[in-house]
Design a protein around this ligand. Sequence first.
Ligand code: UFG
Length: 334
Amino acid sequence: MSQGTLLITGGAGYIGSHTVRHLLEQNERVVVLDNLVFGHRAALPLDRVTFIEGDMADAALVEKLFAEHKPEAVLHFAAFAYVGESVANPLKYYRNNLAAPLTLLETMQRHGCKRFILSSTCASYGDPVRIPIDESHPQAPVNPYGASKWMLERVLRDCDTAWGLKSVFLRYFNASGSHPSGEIGEDHNPETHLIPLVLQAAAGQREHITIFGTDYPTPDGTCIRDYIHVCDLASAHALALKFLREGGDTIAVNLGTGRGFSVKEVIATAEAVTGRKIPVVFGPRRAGDPSELVADPSRAMEILRWQAAHLEPREHIDSAWRWMNGAQRGHYAD
Ligand code: UFG
């Protein structure tokens, strides 16, 4: 049931745009703030959302937005998310992922807006000391990207103590897949994620996929990840919002399926889905990759009443393949 207006920062990005669609299906009123550095205007149904092109660090713009639209809650997706780049250029990440949201939070405080949903990450845990990873697992991020999210979680907890801001930190595992319509999907530039790269190799858009490391302590020697469908992430945001509307307290929640798949399994599944042989090259390990990341999603199920609807990587790959073969061929025009 729709209540007040929702502010979605980064709503033109991959996960943000899927969540916008889901919220609109639930008759929510949505304002999107996106600077389009990584987002795409074409990812938004512009006839159904209020779109403001701009930066969350622009205090005057954010003040005007709050004065005009009086958002009831903020869903905060806007962030940089390249782990390798964050190691090379940490200040860029702390500026955008940690400092910029402070302007947003100051404005929220001034306007009495006390609900916040954060796109957080399993990268805030660092190298796992146990699998599956539950929310009480130590947070010891090993790169500035993960650290920036972990620090923002801390900021939000302090805001709760000081002025009663209630937040849900949604710690995503590996987001993948596309909207079933094939109208929106994953379009990063540069693309670094496994499934789109594998499908680009299947489509002949790149010569091969390089497997980063075959000597991990896993059954087939390649890394294991918990792939969570982007539409399941979207539905979790709606449930997190419901949780806060019903008076829920600040909480961290993992979003994963609880099932891990290796890089080789993902490639084999992509070959089955596409019916194409995917050329593979074996390369060295990529710096900073833990061998295994798998969520314990029990808290999301218990507290948010959330359940992943797409458990099989086949479904994720199938929807991503549809997006790649749809009208936009996997890339937005803008
Ligand atoms: N991989 C390859 N070849 C490639 C690309 C990826 O073998 O060309 C492997 C990676 O080594 C990894 C797996 O495929 O084992 C998945 O890699 P992704 O880059 O798709 O995803 P990550 O697990 O590295 O990253 C995800 C999120 C990040 C988050 C991170 C936490 O995308 O935002 O999990 O570790 F920080």
